[in-house]
Design a protein around this ligand. Structure first.
Ligand code: HAM
Length: 446
């Protein structure tokens, strides 16, 4: 085989711009956007800790059946949106489209059933759904989630909602309302299902093709339909609350009582069934409302679903547990939240405003620069630098542009004398400080 000629190699490069694009619907987080996500996740984790939640991280890949058996065949997430594939070893795996089924899997697999109940967990990470990308809808997106597993008490539902509301308030999300509904349990679902089928049977010719299908496979999903033609039919459909058994009615009443006592604004939404099959009893969504003003038009209110959740008392059995394990939880769509206006800037803990700009002059100084930075790091003094730059002028200019109050200047003379110059950028006064006293000296600076 002949080696390619130099000429041919040259022709191949450089790669075209589109050849180095990320996968459609997935993006890089860089700079401020990265810090915004990190800051939000840290704040959410901190608040959740106060409410008693502990962290968990599960793998991004799960066996596909974790989702098909729980989120449910017949749901958009499983049927149309899941990134599922066969590995080289022949395993059927899927990129997680959501976090609840994997966490219940982890609960069962790790014997959390023998821990004090309920087990309260929080998590954050990336999730994957093959949806049509648009503003606030990505194929790789980020959630912050909470799960309370091992108790069917209504206070669990309230605790999840309250913790999320607190996170949203701390992030500066304004005008949030909780849409809430109860879809009942095994007891009441049968009667409701029959009523729904009877109602839709008469109207089948008018509904969309998807609903005709759902009528046979998963009738509750008809209430989740977004097609224009199905909306009036959906609106007049029987509501789940009228069919609740006494135990479910009581549970729902208690959840609403908690919300009222906590001063959380809610709307009972009879059409809310959610797009995942594992729910029972309480289901909820967090909706933000923003006024949209377009020239020459009446102002309209834009509603965005920034999170959702509910109770999943039968999920454990669907995953293979011998016993039912009740649970309740939810997740916030962080990509959507960070698009909202007037948020509070939540800086991540690692970001500290630098007090010092470190300047080095000459190779000798460069050689010693990292030892000085290490002294400052150990003393927890945040600094900025541009170690790859050489001249004094360019480094001073950077320090001035960044509005950092002090600079440390290390030149050849200072290296020999084991000292540095500390310069006040405001008054331009400067002082020579021995390296061994540097940390102490800088700490005292305002
Ligand atoms: P979900 O409603 O499917 O619930 O997702 C929660 C939130 O994630 C949504 O309200 C939305 O804000 C955001 N989200 C969903 N899909 C996308 C997307 N393609 N791009 C951007 N954001 C998106 C669940 O995932 C359940 N596991 C929640 C739960 C936890 N239920 C009980 N425990």
């Amino acid at each position: 085989m002949s080696t390619p000629s130099k000429e041919k190699e040259v022709k191949k490069a450089p790669a075209k711009q589109e050849e180095v694009a990320s996968v459609k619907g997935m993006r890089d987080l860089i700079g401020k956007e990265y810090y915004d996500f990190q800051g939000f996740m840290e704040k959410a984790a901190e608040i959740s800790h106060y409410y008693g939640f502990k962290p968990i991280e599960t793998p991004v890949l799960e066996n596909t059946e974790i989702f098909t058996g729980s989120v449910g065949e017949g749901t958009d997430i499983v049927d149309k949106e899941m990134y599922a594939f066969k590995t080289r070893g022949g395993d059927q795996v899927a990129l997680r489209p959501e976090g609840t089924a994997p966490i219940m899997r982890a609960y069962l697999e790790n014997g959390m059933v023998s821990w004090p109940q309920p087990v309260m967990l929080y998590y954050s990470g990336t999730f994957y759904r093959h949806e049509r990308p648009q503003r606030g809808r990505h194929r790789e997106f980020r959630q912050f989630g909470l799960e309370v597993i091992g108790s069917e008490k209504s206070i669990g539902d309230a605790m999840v909602i309250k913790t999320f509301i607190t996170v949203l308030a701390e992030a500066g999300v304004k005008d949030v309302v909780v849409d809430i509904n109860s879809i009942g349990d095994k007891e009441c679902r049968g009667a409701y299902r029959r009523a729904l089928l009877a109602y839709y049977k008469k109207r089948l010719p008018q509904v969309c093709a998807d609903c005709k299908n759902r009528f046979k496979t998963n009738p509750l999903r008809m209430l989740d339909c977004k097609a224009e033609q199905c909306q009036p039919i959906k609106k007049a459909a029987p509501d789940t609350i009228s069919y609740l058994c006494p135990a479910c009615k009581q549970h729902f009443k208690e959840v609403l009582e908690y919300l009222e006592t906590l001063g959380i604004e809610y709307r009972i939404n009879n059409a809310l069934v959610r797009g995942l099959d594992y729910y029972s009893r309480t289901v909820f969504e967090f909706i933000t409302r923003e006024e949209v003003i377009e020239e020459g038009k009446e102002p309209t209110t834009l509603e965005t679903v920034i999170g959702g959740g509910g109770r999943y008392d039968y999920l454990a059995k669907a995953l293979g547990s011998k016993k039912d394990v009740p649970g309740v939880g939810g997740a916030l769509g962080v990509d959507r939240i960070l698009l909202l206006k007037d948020l509070v800037e939540l800086a991540p803990r690692i970001i500290k405003k630098p007090k010092i700009f470190f300047i080095q002059l000459g190779f000798e100084a460069k050689l010693h620069s990292m030892a000085i930075i290490e002294i400052l790091r150990k003393a927890r003094i945040p600094i900025a630098q541009s170690l790859s730059k050489d001249g004094l002028g360019v480094q001073l200019a950077t320090a001035e542009r960044s509005k950092i109050p002090y600079t440390i200047i290390l030149g050849q003379k200072e290296v020999i004398e084991k000292s540095v110059i500390v310069r006040n950028m405001d008054t331009r006064s400067q002082e020579t400080v021995p390296v061994e006293k540097l940390a102490e000296y800088v700490k005292k600076l305002k």
